[in-house]
Design a protein around this ligand. Sequence first.
Ligand code: NAD
Ligand code: USQ
Length: 382
Amino acid sequence: MKIIVAGGDGFCGWPTALYLSKQGHDVSIIDSMVRRKIDEELHSNSITPIASLEDRVAKWKELTGKEIRTYEGDLQHYDFLQQVMEQEKPEAFVHFAEQRSAPYSMIDREHAVYTQVNNVVGNLNVLYAIKEMAPDCHLIKLGTMGEYGTPNIPIEEGYLEVEHKGRKDRLPFPKQPGSFYHLSKVHDSHNIMFACRVWGIRATDLNQGIVYGLDTNETNMDPVLTNRLDYDGVFGTALNRFIIQSAIGRNLTVYGKGGQTRGFLNLEDTVRCVEIAAEKPAEPGEFRVFNQFTEEFSVLELAERVKKVAEEEGYQVDVDHLENPRVELEEHFLEAVNTNLLDLGLEPHFLTDDVIRHILKAVIEHKERVIEGNVLPSVSWK
Ligand code: NAD
Ligand code: USQ
């Protein structure tokens, strides 16, 4: 299958591009490199050293004989996207290429506007490019579990059967996201749903939970293929961040009570979920929604799991309850359905102590790269 992976230089996109290429798909990458520029803006870095995209794909070709074509450009620039679509005529368009940090979107007005313009306009351009140049192409869009927020009822996969005043309908599940970033994903979902209904586009919205892990079989083949891994207070996510904090002898930063409960999945499952969606595309006109996570944990539970494993490895670790820089419920109900991907064959990699140990050992190798001043949270929601 001819597949474009937009955002293919990023944390989820790079291992996905390699995995799809290994599986025999004809893969090309679009990326504007903006994530690398944001590292410069924030004076931050990936804890793992990462090669340029050019060197990455050259190494992949050297090792496997497989070519991944690359297009450096911004999805906000429609003429650029048109040229790529004309050239590639993809059967699937995997869209990871967005600003994905909630704290980054909450820095100030400029960062909120940047996040929403980058994400919403980029996605809208992808919808038009599919309509005009590859109408049968299946859009596989990365959404987020955070679109739903934390309602006091179980979360369904995209839709809710509602009975109101004696009438019934299947309606989009209510959305109560917790940041301008998460809101941008809601806006995307609405635009995609509309494009499916009006133009007959086929799309799958993957409402992904928090991804943990660093590597896959493919990124492990050579140091040049190493994936990025964020630890800072802006782009680092729970679990990965806790493991890195334990490796550098810092206390684990649980925000508030730590009862915030989220869906999580291993990076190895991210790549497989995208493959599953590509192999079994949505029907023309269908807006299909999958909740893409495999387990639910509270952040305090995760901090305690990391503390236990780190102490077994000889690292003394304490859990801090910092004043929460975000506005969110710290104790709440969470129960979400995630059966669509399992029904299509996903075999989850669950979070075991050995998985935590493996990530810990991988990050210890690079711990001297951590910039200490970036570890604590610096962005407030208020
Ligand atoms: P990332 O920042 O590591 O990668 C995103 C990539 O997209 C970067 O390489 C960036 O340069 C590129 N990009 C951004 N805007 C672009 C644009 N306008 N044009 C072209 N390229 C652009 O992020 P990630 O962690 O790999 O996340 C990928 C996607 O998955 C995002 O859409 C994110 O919302 C979603 N997601 C991520 C997680 C997670 O835990 N990392 C969880 C749920 C959903
Ligand atoms: N948290 C802590 N301590 C930390 C970091 C985070 O307690 O050091 C808490 C946060 O307050 C929050 C929870 O952990 O309650 C998750 O925060 P996070 O930074 O790990 O994840 P989030 O901001 O939700 O964003 C990440 C990705 C985003 C993706 C989302 C999936 O950056 O791209 O969309 O996870 S989800 O959470 O399911 O919406």
